[in-house]
Design a protein around this ligand. Structure first.
Ligand code: HEC
Length: 308
């Protein structure tokens, strides 16, 4: 025990005997903190007055979290059914817009959502004809949603299916854009070709926002894709290694995230064991790892090394 610890011990014992001493001891501290806050406030009085609202997280956290969707391939829909603004598509568009776009674009589409304050350039005001980069045509909005607008907070929404993107485009055009312009047949054809809309679509899958946050998706698109596809493969697999994985994990995404956070374990079985065992229950793995034999570890290690 070092000196400081001893002093703390003595003080603790003292306070136990006579609790009113606690206030005496803390008083100078409280006074100092109070003084500090006061001085800070006076120095910053101008800034405090003009302080802005911090930007909200773009994906609405109040709404229900997104469900886990495995990557899959879906058969292409008939394009003409998607380019026609049916009530179904418009209603679907409204639901997605409310969950994913309102934070920036605002419920009235004027570009005045809560997060807009902090953004330059500002989110598009859909009710105005000015400022459109890709146009409010179906093909323009589809392009924006597929590619994002570089240099702005408008990112590509890769997780949306083509049907979702059309649904959003129809909703925005119907609800906000005055006299929405129509695509020419050539523009529709070009869009179908550029985005391979006639072909079967690969759905990249999606994971709940709280898990996605951990992955910091924007910086780690490829890591995110690896985790999703490994998850998909392992859950379909019946090999002993895959079974061990299911047995020793509480949260599979977290477990894979833990493994993907370092490459060291690919080099030795020992570091594989360490990374898992050192943080049990917080790293997605559970206490079942303690029941594993040397042979189990070996099987598990070779399996994960090969498949992830
Ligand atoms: C984090 C804030 C943010 C979110 C969330 C967001 N946008 Fe945007 N959006 C912007 C900004 C900023 C611009 C303007 C970009 C520019 O002017 O360079 C923009 C522009 C646009 C445009 C106009 C593109 C053009 O041709 O000029 C469309 C359409 C659009 N967003 C649709 C959406 C849809 C649909 C969603 C939800 C799926 C969404 N946005 C979510 C910030 C956001």
């Amino acid at each position: 025990m070092n000196n400081i610890e001893k002093i703390i011990q003595t003080i603790k014992a003292d306070i136990k005997k006579n609790p009113s001493k606690l206030f005496g001891l803390l008083y100078p501290y409280i006074l100092l903190v109070g003084l500090g806050v006061g001085i800070f406030y006076l120095y910053n009085i101008n800034k405090v007055e003009e302080s802005t609202i911090p930007p909200a997280v773009p994906v609405s956290t109040q709404a229900e979290d997104l469900p886990l969707i495995m990557p899959s391939e879906s058969v292409s829909s008939d394009i003409s059914s998607l380019t026609t603004p049916t009530d179904d598509l418009i209603n679907k568009g409204k639901v997605i817009f409310t969950a994913s776009c309102v934070a920036c674009h605002g419920a009235d589409g004027k570009g005045d959502g809560v997060a807009a304050v902090a953004l330059t350039p500002k989110p598009r005001n859909f009710t105005s004809k000015d400022g459109w980069i890709n146009s409010p045509k179906l093909s323009g909005i589809y392009k924006t949603l597929s590619e994002g607008i570089s240099g702005s907070a408008m990112v590509a929404f890769d997780n949306l299916s083509p049907a979702d993107k059309f649904a959003l485009a129809h909703y925005i055009r119907k609800a906000f854009v005055p006299d929405p312009p129509q695509d020419t047949p050539d523009e529709i054809t070009a869009m179908v070709q550029t985005y391979h809309l006639g072909e079967n679509q690969k759905n990249p899958g999606q994971i709940p926002v709280k898990d996605a946050m951990q992955l910091v998706i924007n910086d780690n698109q490829s890591r995110y894709q690896n985790i999703l596809s490994a998850l998909n493969n392992i859950s379909k697999d019946s090999q002993p290694g895959a079974q061990i994985f299911s047995r020793v994990t509480n949260n599979k995404i977290e477990a894979l995230t833990t493994l993907s956070s370092s490459d060291d374990w690919h080099k030795s079985e020992q570091s594989f064991v360490d990374i898992i065992v050192n943080n049990i229950n917080q790293d997605g793995f559970n206490g079942n790892v303690y029941d594993m034999t040397k042979a189990d570890w070996n099987t598990f290690y070779s399996y994960m090394n090969k498949n992830f």
